[in-house]
Design a protein around this ligand. Sequence first.
Ligand code: HEC
Length: 710
Amino acid sequence: MKRIFIPLLLVLFVAIGLLARFVTANKSVASGKDWAEYLGGPHRNHYSTLKQITPENVDQLRVAWEYHTGDTGQIQCNPIIVDGVMYGMTATIQPFAIDAATGKEYWRKSYKDKDQSSTSRGLVYWKKGTDQRILYTNHEWLYAVEAKKGKPVIAFGENGRANLKAGLGETAVDKMVISNTPGTVYEDLIIMPLRVSEGADAALGHIQAFNIKTGKLAWVFHTIPQPGEFGYDTWPKETYKNTEVGAANNWAGMAVDRERGIIYVPTGSAAHDFYGANRKGSNLFANCLLALDTKTGKRIWHFQFVHHDLLDRDPPAPPNLITVTHQGKKIDAVAQVTKQGYVFVFNRETGEPLFPIAEKPVPASDIPGEQAWATQPFPTKPAPYARQTFTEADISPYAINQQVLIDLLKESRSEGPFTPLSKQGTVVYPGLDGGAEWGGAAADPEGVLYLNSSEMAWHISLGPAASEDQLASLSSGQQLYTLNCTPCHGPERKGNPHSGFPSLVAIANRRERGHVGSVITHGQGMMPAFSKFSKEEVQDLVAFLFEEETDSIKEPGLAKTEAVPKIPYEISGYTKFLDSLGYPAVRPPWGTLNAIDLNTGEYLWKVAFGEYPELIAKGIPQTGSESYGGPVITASGLLFIAGTKDGKFRVYDKSNGALLWETKLPTPAFATPSTYEVNGKQYVVVACGGTKLDAPGGDSYVAFALPDAK
Ligand code: HEC
């Protein structure tokens, strides 16, 4: 009797367990027919319960419609779909609404003042009774429009818009403050991500909640604490005044547990990104996961992923709210992916790590005055999804200039994932863009995380900045260039096209003066706007770029450059560590797709992700590649993903990583897809904007569906 009884009981227990898991999962995973929120729902799990498209029929997918926006450039948008209407953003941040079954346009905004200084990852839908609103950002504004017609909601803020600088204090007035990731809704509040400068002129990156009905600021959490607040003593005393240190902003977006009323906020590094001698200390709440009370903004718990960050190691994506079983107990957890290749898993309520986290010694900085933190946190499980060291044995076997790369590696510092920048040059690996990036991870109700990861090293040095005397001897245009533009476009204006920073050499032959001036003032794609420059300053900059002698600012000495606080060191540029043909200097894989079971901390599978067609043609096995934009998974067992420069849209079997189907998109799509159902038909849509990674530009959203589905 006993013998039969025990297995029966076990079966019963497992069944109850599964049922309970299913019930919690359904309560929390939002996406059904609609894809009503960024990344599929408040838990940001990129997960849909739809099942029409299956492993068996996926090879029959066809283009259902293509919507052209007419303004080409990077589109990072994950569109939302509500009741058969799709809301998205164009490359120049013009919101639109289209029929999600046909691509027919309902409305579209056109901003005359061309305030398009960024790129947008999406918008927000909010409904109360018959009041339906769409919220999105453009420049320093949060806009609210009526969902049906796109008309401004006049009652919101100042005639339909609220200023994102509202709670940032006086120092923000002349500084760049925008937001390229959609906010997170809790009841009538929207909690907003921010993008600020990453230099010494960065605004404060406080977390702000706005009332969706009125546009009024509801609460502010200080990510750089003020006197008397927790964490204040982890900075020099005056840091909160924002004279030469700022940021610690949430740019990646957030996830919310609406049942518990807790919002999970990953914060970026303090700025300056690469120089911290003027911000000695661990620097709370930079590089943290914050669990805040959604109603008040009060801190419940926090964990810091990088102490005193010197490598721009922001947690790059919203966390995933998942449910896992640990030591026989079901736990509602929060998982955060990072650029350095780790996923940290915590109990959602207490912040207790589910896998122990070890503080391990890391290398010191040799930059005068810099005090790199002596230890950093490493989770004991799961293992990193990106390689952690770069030695001679890691040089790519396909590089034709191997010796040059070996020599460069030998003269450089390369001592693991937390090697500080140095005068002689440092191999930053995992690279500045991860590991994980803003596409983030998908997660299913079983507690498995699906993540694309890049394996690209960068090579950067940190050297003394130009002295006041050196600057004073330059024309005003060159001064402005040296102080503001060199980190991205390089001291010789050659940029780094492979890394996405265009050369400005001989730009006079390619571009109109007015265009160049406008790019400087308003920004373009990932180029920030320099709206702080006066007309004369822009003229002088353009004159310098056009290699003319004329200066409109005649006073001798320094031009009006107080706007940029000077720090004594500057980086050589945002440069990837590449071989002479432009391929990564590290041996493949250059990108992977991973399935990690967060119940056990073990990998279910890992495959190379992305390819270089010309290398495949030479018989080189699939190398993988960098990717931007995350996966989407469905209850029918599929994983959809674009994100690579090869321009493919791929569908994998999420149980084993087998590639089931692929197609070529009109242009590479650096965005996360969405999936939804209208009139009984399931669609998968992805924004194809190109332009990242030196890819051609595009302007469309492409939707796929099965031809025969009703
Ligand atoms: C944070 C990095 C960054 C900084 C700082 C920066 N740029 Fe850029 N810039 C970019 C990127 C990225 C692009 C490409 C934008 C796109 O089209 O997507 C770009 C594009 C441009 C272009 C257009 C080039 C073309 O071929 O059309 C001009 C002109 C330009 N930048 C000038 C400047 C000047 C002048 C400054 C300093 C005042 C500056 N940039 C500072 C990143 C930067």
